[in-house]
Write a protein that binds this ligand. Structure first.
Ligand SMILES: Cc1cc2nc3c(=O)[nH]c(=O)nc-3n(C[C@H](O)[C@H](O)[C@H](O)COP(=O)(O)OP(=O)(O)OC[C@H]3O[C@@H](n4cnc5c(N)ncnc54)[C@H](O)[C@@H]3O)c2cc1C
Length: 412
């Protein structure tokens, strides 16, 4: 029991602080920024997609040791999270499994957490980044945390510094440095839910277009088979591709690019038409649009800006007639609608990412999320090598790991 310090007042750290205090610990949260829980306010476009009922491991999580995840999620999972917030008065709403506060405001989640901290007597110290941590040594049994506001000492320490994702400054990188300085083994972090920058110059013309599409990534110069595929609302931007299906694939692109591999994305602009029906569909579309213009033919199927770029790629002018002379080009336009290749050159910078992959290895912590190297030190949230798909899975990991780290730190 005794004094427990939590470094980082984000989703996982606040959950850990609440759980430790509920088990009788005297808890202090040290937060580097001027207020706690800032990232929570930005989640789900300000609506906070705090979990997801469509939950499956390992499908929804990535990292080097996803085989270890059931031992954590079996102790605190989706329904526990719903109940945790319900007990504080919050009703959840379920949109195809995606869970949000019924009121549609992320600020409510933070308000409830803050209310709980205050009723449990948890002390929060803001604008107080931890700069150095000294684990117990020799006769000293306490952890020392050096900050700009002085040195704090704790019997147990929970590291919950998150990742650099979403920060405008370098401040989010501090957590990994603290972990490295403590000698914890950690995988390098890289942006995992993020837009992808592409080589071609046509994106300036497509910026702002959104459409339902399928996207497949091919990794390596000669790869013909897609490594991963997703469907959903694609957002075309002046730098390349974004939107939820791109976010879901972005981790694999970031990783491959970081390893020096080439990455191509094939966009399918009409994924709802089964491939076996496509040849007859094309013949019908050709017949319906014969003697009209190429742009009319394209416009009927996809957004005009997309049609124009694809027609130009097939050497068709908007005003070219659809007839015997252009038939070959028209059919190559049809092909490009189902497989439009673009080369991915980099992920967007980490400031634009929602989450980072990498972090402290799960092999370095026990089932209670206590460091194997430094007893009394616990870790939770994005600091650990666990990243989830887009859809509430990352916050669920923050709640689950915060629950375990906080409860176990207080009970050790
Ligand atoms: C724009 C955006 C939208 C998102 N939307 C969703 C969503 O809808 N659903 C979902 O599941 N996930 C979402 N995420 C991801 C989710 O917010 C994170 O996975 C989750 O907040 C991680 O919680 P954490 O406690 O590990 O880290 P964080 O929430 O990042 O908290 C870490 C805290 O530690 C502090 N800190 C860092 N270093 C130090 C230090 N040295 N000393 C003291 N304090 C320090 C930071 O200032 C921060 O407050 C989103 C992320 C972003 C950026």
């Amino acid at each position: 029991m005794g004094k427990t310090g939590v470094v980082g007042g984000g989703a996982s750290g606040l959950m850990a602080a609440i759980c430790a205090a509920q088990h009788g610990a005297e808890v202090t949260v040290l937060e580097g920024r001027d207020r706690i829980g800032k990232k929570i306010l930005a989640t789900g476009n300000g609506k906070c997609n705090f979990s997801n009922r469509d939950f499956l491991i390992p499908r929804d999580y990535r990292g080097h040791h996803t085989d270890l995840l059931p031992r954590y999620f079996s102790r605190f999972c989706v329904e526990d999270t719903v109940l945790f917030f319900r007990e504080k008065g919050m009703l959840a709403t379920d949109r195809d499994g995606y869970l949000y506060p019924r009121c549609g405001q992320a600020s409510v989640v933070l308000d409830l957490l803050e209310g709980e901290l205050s009723s449990l007597g948890v002390k929060t110290v803001c604008s107080c980044p931890a700069e150095r941590i000294l684990p117990p040594k020799g006769g000293r049994k306490q952890f020392l945390v050096e900050t700009r506001q002085g040195t704090f000492s704790f019997d147990r320490l929970i590291l919950a510094c998150g990742s650099p994702a979403g920060y405008r400054t370098q401040e989010g990188e501090g957590g990994q440095k603290l972990a490295r300085d403590l000698g914890l083994s950690s995988y390098e972090m890289f942006p995992a839910l993020v837009g992808l920058r592409c080589r071609e110059n046509w994106y300036k013309r497509l910026a702002g277009v959104r459409c339902h599409a399928g996207i497949s990534l091919r990794i390596g110069d000669k790869a013909q088979k897609p490594a991963v595929s997703e469907k959903g609302e694609l957002q075309l931007t002046d730098y390349g591709i974004s939107g939820i299906p791109v976010f879901q694939l972005s981790r694999y692109a970031s990783l491959a690019l970081g390893e020096g591999k080439s990455v191509f994305a094939d966009i399918d602009f009409l994924p709802e038409i089964p491939l076996q029906d496509w040849p007859s569909f094309c013949l019908e579309q050709y017949r319906l649009c014969e003697n009209r213009t190429a742009l009319q033919l394209g416009n009927g199927l996809v957004h005009k800006k997309i049609a124009q770029v694809l027609l130009a790629q097939c050497s068709l002018k908007d005003t070219d007639p659809v007839d015997r002379r252009t038939k070959k080009k028209v059919f190559s336009f049809f092909d490009s609608l189902r497989r439009f290749e673009t080369q991915v050159v980099s992920p967007n910078p980490v400031q634009n990412a929602q989450v980072c992959a990498g972090g402290v290895s799960l092999r370095d912590v026990t089932d209670n999320l206590e460091s194997r190297k430094i007893p009394g030190l616990f870790l939770c949230g994005e600091m650990l090598d666990v990243d989830g798909r887009c859809g509430g899975y990352n916050l669920q990991w923050a709640w689950t790991s915060g629950f375990i780290a906080g409860t176990c730190a207080a009970q050790t």
